[in-house]
Each structure stands twice: as structure tokens, then as C-alpha cells.
Design a protein around this ligand. Structure first.
Ligand code: ADP
Ligand code: MG
Length: 290
């Protein structure tokens, strides 16, 4: 039994040039990361930071240009083929126009491992029923997915991802297009899945709230890995560094020196009315509080 659900050893990935006048894109550089089994890992990073590329490498859809990857002790492709990995892709809301019912979409989670001439076994059918019940969609199994809310569609796609009874569940930007109530429900569902099915869960997102709702470890990714620890250790300085690329895209290249109010030693920030959050008059925000 492998101890790590995912092991990345000095992994890099560069998209090749797509033609004359286009350059290769170095999406990931020298990523070393070990994810213990049963972890709930959040991977946080800006748009274009390489999150989806990392997932495609873990799923075996792309092959690293350097380094090695193991998923549950196997190659990514072998782990996927063995049904060990469930996957919720990015942009699920764009799959709304699939002319399929809830039941049919969840069945797809099992059919991908079948040969063309094979049919779903009784065990597969039971796993599909359980997955639908898990996400509490059993009352709507015949409803076309086009008629679902954003949160309901997300739950159906999660059922599809767990229908093959994976050991590792990977979710790419799961909370995009889901309202606040749906996001809370998502957090509860992921925590229940983790507890009851003993899954390793990887949630990739640029949304801090999704990380806070589900992750017990967090890795910050912006081409390279900036941080890998418990979410409590995420400091504003790390976040500023990780999202600097996003900010620079809007404002041009800038340097950010962010820090927590309680770590602030700039006397100007302890003055009243400087307009920054550090001027809060509460006794704990005078810059000297440890
Ligand atoms: P994220 O999911 O964090 O938004 P991606 O992994 O999608 O980031 O993209 C990382 C970088 O790779 C970006 O600069 C993106 O433009 C580039 N990229 C993604 N897919 C391709 C592709 N198929 N061909 C070339 N470049 C790509
Ligand atoms: Mg992405």
C-alpha cells in the first residue's frame, strides 16, 4: 500500500509552440510535492498559474517534460485506468447542453472504464445508486441536466466522479458558477465524502473560500510551488507573492509587501487615519501585539 496518494518529483511542463510566431509556454517548473493519503489538499493559485496543467499531469492526460509522477504508487495513466481517480473537470457549467438525465451523467463515471462491448455490472449499478444518494439527487434522477441549478449540476458531476469508487478525488475550480448556499453545501459534501469514503481529495481553485471550507493542507501554485502547509500558515505575504502575477496583469509590474496587522512595525501604519486596515483602533492592532 503506497503511503502517498500523489508524488511529484521535480516535475516541469512546457506546452510546445503551436506554430510559427508562437513560443512554448513554461506552465510548471520544478514542482516537488507529496500528498499523503486521506489528506484534503487545496491548491490555490491565480488564473494561468498552472493548476489545470498540474491536474492533467496527475490524470495522465499530459506527460511531464521533466520529473516523475506517481499516483497511489502507479503511473498516472495506470491509476486512472484502474478507476482509482475521480475527476471533476473545470467549466462543468458549459456541459449543461448535454442531452442527458442525471442518471445518465452519473453512469458515465463508470462507463469510461468499460470496453465498448461491456455492460455495467450489478456492482457498478449499485455504486451509481450510492453516488446519487450521496449527493442527495435521487429524487431528480430523470431530470435533464439542462434543467438543474448550478449547485445541483455540481453535485451530479461529483456523483459522476465518485461513481467509479475512486481513492483519489480531484476537483478543478468546483465552486465557479455556484451560489453561496451551494458553496456551503459543497463544503459539507466534500467533508462528508472524505469522512465516509476515506478519500484523498484535491481541490484546485483561485477561490480562498473554497480552500477555507474544505482543505486541511494548502499548496500555492503560480508556475512554481510557493507554499505547502496547513491553511493557518497562509500569510498575506505568501498570498501577495502567489497572486502578484494576477495583480501585475491589471496594474502593471508592482512589488507587494503585504503583512498581517499584528506583524506590522511601520510607525506610519500605527497613526490614525492613514486609511489602511492597520489603523483600526482596537487594542490588538497597534502593531506591537504578539
Ligand atoms: P490555471 O488552471 O491555473 O488557470 P492553466 O494550467 O490552465 O492555469 O495554464 C497555465 C499556463 O499554460 C497559462 O499560461 C496558459 O495560457 C498556458 N496553457 C494552458 N493550456 C495551454 C495549451 N493547450 N497550449 C499552450 N498553452 C497553454
Ligand atoms: Mg484552470
Amino acid at each position: 500500500m503506497p503511503t502517498h496518494a500523489i508524488e511529484l518529483d521535480h516535475v516541469s511542463y512546457t506546452y510546445p509552440s503551436t506554430g510559427i510566431g508562437t513560443s512554448p509556454v513554461a506552465a510548471l517548473q520544478d514542482i516537488t510535492l507529496q500528498v499523503d493519503q486521506s489528506t484534503k489538499l487545496g491548491i490555490l493559485g491565480p488564473n494561468g498559474g498552472g493548476k489545470s496543467t498540474l491536474i492533467k499531469l496527475i490524470l495522465g492526460i499530459l506527460k511531464p517534460t521533466a520529473g516523475k509522477i506517481h499516483v497511489l504508487g502507479e503511473s498516472p495513466a495506470a491509476a486512472r485506468k484502474a478507476g482509482l481517480v475521480g475527476y471533476l473537470p473545470q467549466h462543468i457549467q458549459s456541459h449543461r447542453d448535454w442531452p442527458l438525465s442525471v442518471q445518465q451523467v452519473v453512469e458515465l463515471g463508470c462507463t469510461s472504464k468499460l470496453k465498448p462491448w461491456q455492460r455495467l455490472s450489478a456492482q457498478d449499478q449499485q455504486a451509481i445508486r450510492s453516488a446519487i444518494e450521496f449527493v442527495e439527487m435521487q429524487e431528480l434522477i430523470d431530470r435533464p441536466i439542462a434543467a438543474l441549478s448550478g449547485g445541483q449540476l455540481q453535485r451530479v458531476m461529483i456523483a459522476r466522479a465518485i461513481a467509479c469508487q475512486p481513492k483519489l478525488l480531484i476537483l478543478d475550480e468546483p465552486t465557479v458558477g455556484v451560489d453561496i448556499a451551494g458553496q456551503q453545501r459543497f463544503g459539507n459534501l466534500i467533508n462528508t465524502l472524505h469522512r465516509e469514503l476515506d478519500l484523498t481529495i484535491v481541490v484546485v481553485t483561485h477561490d480562498m473560500r473554497a480552500i477555507a471550507a474544505v482543505a486541511d493542507r494548502v499548496a500555492c501554485l503560480s508556475r512554481t510551488l510557493h507554499f505547502h502547509d496547513s491553511p493557518d500558515g497562509l500569510s498575506p505575504a505568501v498570498l501577495a507573492q502567489v497572486f502578484a502575477h494576477d495583480v501585475a496583469g491589471v496594474f502593471g509590474e508592482i512589488h507587494i509587501d503585504a503583512h498581517r496587522a499584528q506583524d506590522c512595525d511601520d510607525p506610519e501604519h500605527t497613526q490614525t487615519d492613514c486609511g489602511c486596515p492597520h489603523t483600526d483602533q482596537s487594542p490588538t492592532s497597534d502593531g506591537g501585539e504578539q
